[in-house]
Design a protein around this ligand. Structure first.
Ligand SMILES: Cc1cc2nc3c(=O)[nH]c(=O)nc-3n(C[C@H](O)[C@H](O)[C@H](O)COP(=O)(O)O)c2cc1C
Length: 209
């Protein structure tokens, strides 16, 4: 009986991971002050491998590029001419997702644990709760003379999101590290990206040891 229950639970958990994840409402007040978060912000690389709580997952994506003014459809990050070109992906132990700010949900892409495949520092990637992959849909940047110029704007936008995440992690007592040494070949392949959607940077978020 006990074995049957464990089997049912495992099947149920596996099934749930192969679906879109509607994030719960983000916390929009309370917590550490901005000054405290600024003072604590730092890179950490030692994670336990534990997963984030539902609230932490919600607050993380809200911080990165969530919608903070629903009426105007605007985000927690500024983007030039409100281009909103940033496309954020997330790899967890369960699956690969794309974040959708309008519905505050993780859109399911692929089942499986792909975390280590994005990076070179494999041990660290395996222990991160979430691997965030920042990309840009360059066609939304309909200004600038060249792709090189567009990529500068795109990088600036991703930088805002990464700093928001870094400050959120500092305020919440979570660890994070920005990763420039991500796998240049596998990362776009795993996400099925075309030339018009370059990978800008990767960031790990983890529960600290
Ligand atoms: C753009 C960028 C790329 C980085 N790439 C890596 C990386 O590939 N691997 C890593 O372990 N740390 C990486 N880091 C983290 C830096 O080493 C770290 O931010 C730096 O040592 C300063 O430490 P602090 O963030 O605690 O102030 C990167 C940081 C930035 C901003």
């Amino acid at each position: 009986m006990k074995k049957l229950m464990i089997l049912c639970l495992a099947v149920l958990t596996a099934g749930l991971s192969a679906q879109n994840v509607k994030l719960i409402a983000p916390q929009t007040s309370g917590g550490a002050t901005l000054r405290e978060a600024l003072t604590k912000r730092c890179t950490n690389r030692n994670y336990t491998g534990k997963e984030l709580s539902a609230q932490q997952l919600s607050d993380l994506f809200y911080s990165a590029c969530g919608m903070n003014r629903k009426d105007a459809k605007k985000l927690t990050i500024p983007t030039a001419r409100n281009a909103q070109d940033l496309v954020l992906y997330a790899a967890t132990k369960q699956a690969l997702y794309r974040y959708d700010a309008a519905s505050h949900s993780l859109v399911f892409l692929k089942k499986g644990d792909f975390r280590q495949q994005f990076g070179m520092q494999k041990g660290m990637f395996a222990k991160a709760a979430v691997v965030l992959i920042y990309t840009s849909d360059l066609k939304k940047l309909n200004f600038g003379n060249s792709d090189a110029e567009k990529k500068v704007y795109a990088g600036v936008h991703a930088g805002f999101a990464m700093q928001n995440v870094g400050l959120y992690c500092a305020a919440e007592g979570l660890g994070n590290v920005i990763i420039g040494s991500y796998d240049r070949k596998k990362t776009p392949e795993l996400l099925g990206l075309t030339k018009g959607q370059p990978v800008l940077m990767v960031q790990l978020v983890g529960v600290l040891k």
